[in-house]
Structure formats: C-alpha cells, structure tokens
Design a protein around this ligand. Structure first.
Ligand SMILES: [Zn+2]
Length: 373
C-alpha cells in the first residue's frame, strides 16, 4: 500500500505544483477522527444549512455583519514578526473581497458577473480583548517552536503557540512559520467548537505587503480560508478528480482544482456536462494564483450567512471593535471619563495628535481614539 501511494504522489499533478494551497480537508478529517462529537456535529451541518436557507428565503435586507479579528503573530525571528501594516493590509483585502470592492472584480467573466456577490460581511481588528481591556487586536508571541504542523501546538501557549481568544466571539488567526508547502488551513463550523477554531496562515502568505511571496501575495489565502471557516467547500467539491458537489447551486461542477492562472473558458463540458463556461477557476475557493481570483457567488454568500446565523451567532451583534469616536459618543453620553492612557498603558493628560489613546470610563467601557488634525 505504501508503494502505491508513493507512485501516485510522484505522478500526481497536484504535487508537481509543489505548493498545497490549503490543509482544511486534512485538518477537518484529523479533528473528526480525534473528536467523535465534532464528527457527529459536522455530519449534520449540510442538512441544517439547507433547512436554514429554506426557512430564510428573503435575507435581502442589507445588514452588514462585522467580524472581530485577533491576529496571533508567532515568531522566532524578525522576518516572521510581520508588521502592523502587513496585518492591516490583510484586513483591507478581506473587506474588499467580501464586499466585492476588489479592483480585479472586473476580471470576472461577464457570464458570471450577475451572480458575483457582495457578501455583506466585513472584518475589523478587535479593540477590546477577552478581559475587556483595550487592544489593537494583535497578539505578538515570541517562540522557539520550529515550523508549525497541523496539530494543537499553534493554539497552545505552553506548547510555543498562543491560546485562542474565545472562539464564539472572535475570529482567531494565527500567523506563523507553517510547515513547508502548506499555505494555510481553517476549521469549518458546526455546533461543536473546541480549541483552535479559526485560521492558521504562513507569514509569507498573509496580507499583500512585507514578507509575502508571489504568486500568493495578494491576501487571498485568508479569503479562501475564511470561506472554509464559514462553511464553504472547494468549488470542485472535495477529492482529486472527483467532479464532486460543493453544495452551492450557482458554481459549475468541476472535475478538480486549478493551479496557476488558466485562460477562460477552461475545461468546458467537463464532468459529462454541456457547460460551455467550464470551471469557475477565478472563484476564491479554487487553488489558482492570488492575482487570478476575484469572486464569491450569491450561492456561496447564502451559505456563509447561514453559517454565521447558525454556528457563529455572536458575530451578528457585538461591541468588540467600536473604536470610532462618533459612534461611542452618541451611545454613551451618560458615562464619566476616568482617565486617558497611551498605547504603553501610561496615564496621560495631554492629547497629542496622530497617536492612539484609550479613554477609560466609569461604566467599564473603553474607547480607542486618534485625534487627527
Ligand atoms: Zn481550501
């Protein structure tokens, strides 16, 4: 058996491309074998999702869902300790891709423009940590751990990783030195969540500036992995050469994953279809180069909204990144200011411009403010 596997691996097109874009299928299978409750919960997700979608046919009113993010940066050298600006560039990519304001949206073939979705999901860096303290949403942890594999070390402080912030409230993203060949992975949702729920992404593939390496240098690894975290499958539906089902009706059936950047149309009439458009290889849930990806579909959007409503409902309504002055002032007119501290926690009385300050109030609330002149 071992010999047969070796031959397949050496000959498979997948491995000629060197980089395995995504380890989500592997981590999901591993978690299911280790936790029968997760396997049981995951087995019900597709049915529960179909039911939710059936019962919510008109989710057309525009409600923007904002997901609070904590980024754990695990580093053993300066290169791995990516900059704040690199992290924020990733948040920008997510907001563009999930709201379809990405500039390469025009590259979506015209036949699919009408089903390309503004998913109405946004992302913000958390401004309040699990203890109610102000934060910039970035947790930097120096480690002596070598490259992280797909095990629990990454989400365990004693093992050289970083403990999760509560999974129900935050999207945890660990950025680290990940084992060679893998760009990242995520945990798909269900009614069961254990430690380590979130995304793990290599520091060479996170954001679109700094340490990123082409052709995965436009932040689409995180876009893809959040798709999984919100219950999207790969567009080809799973196994290699499977012509499988991704449980989304408006993505065409596709034989297998695509790499690099094919020309359109690619693989028309595959999987015994009469489909002249061929593969939707520019979908975020394929394996093509970052510069080649540009859409989620309406069907994928519906599935993601179902996932948030069913399995991640705390994301619908929270107060974890309300850093803006205007909103907090109208909401909290009766509270009294106790003190103002700077980013190092020092109490300050002057209010310098263009630097971040935290306003702490007698009702326990904290506002992050930057005075700009
Ligand atoms: Zn994937």
């Amino acid at each position: 058996m071992k010999k047969i596997l070796t031959i397949l691996f050496a000959g498979g097109a997948l491995f000629l491309n060197a980089q395995e874009r995504c380890g989500t299928t592997a981590i999901t299978e591993k978690m299911m074998s280790e936790n029968p409750e997760y396997a049981n919960a995951r087995s019900k997700v597709n049915q529960q999702t179909e039911k939710w979608i059936e019962n919510h046919p008109n989710h057309s009113e525009k409600i923007i869902i904002t997901i609070p993010v904590v980024v754990h940066v695990l580093y053993s050298n300066n290169n791995q300790n990516i900059s704040d600006a690199q992290i924020l560039s990733q948040i920008d990519v997510l907001n563009e891709d999930f709201r379809r304001t990405n500039i390469d949206a025009i590259n979506t073939p015209s036949v699919w423009q009408s089903i390309a979705a503004d998913s109405e999901i946004e992302f913000c860096m958390a401004t309040t940590d699990p203890n109610g303290q102000p934060t910039d949403g970035i947790n930097r942890v120096q480690t002596t751990h070598g490259a992280f594999g797909m095990n629990s070390d990454v989400h365990s402080t004693p093992a050289g990783g970083a403990d999760d912030w509560p999974n129900d409230d935050y999207l945890n993203i660990w950025v680290c030195n990940i084992e060679t060949g893998l760009l990242g992975y995520a945990t798909p949702p269900s009614n069961w969540t254990g430690d380590g729920d979130g995304l793990v992404i290599g520091y060479q593939y996170f954001g679109r500036i700094g340490t990123v390496q082409p052709p995965y240098n436009k932040g689409r690894t995180a876009t893809h992995e959040i798709g999984h975290w919100l219950n999207l499958d790969h567009v080809w539906g799973g196994g290699w050469g499977s012509c499988g089902d991704d449980n989304v009706s408006d993505t065409p059936t596709q034989e297998q994953e695509n790499y690099s950047c094919p020309g359109y149309p690619h693989n028309p009439n595959s999987c015994s279809t009469t489909n002249p458009e061929g593969d939707m290889f520019m979908n975020y849930m394929d394996y093509t180069n970052d510069a080649c990806m540009n859409l989620f579909t309406n069907g994928q959007k519906t599935r993601m909204l179902a996932a948030i409503n069913q399995y991640r409902p705390n994301m619908l309504n929270h107060n974890l990144c309300t850093g803006t002055v205007a909103v907090s002032e109208t909401q909290n007119q009766k509270r009294k200011l106790i003190k103002i501290v700077d980013v190092l926690g020092r109490t300050t009385t002057n209010q310098p411009t263009n630097s971040t300050l935290f306003y702490i109030y007698n009702d326990g609330s904290v506002d992050k403010k930057i005075i700009v002149e």
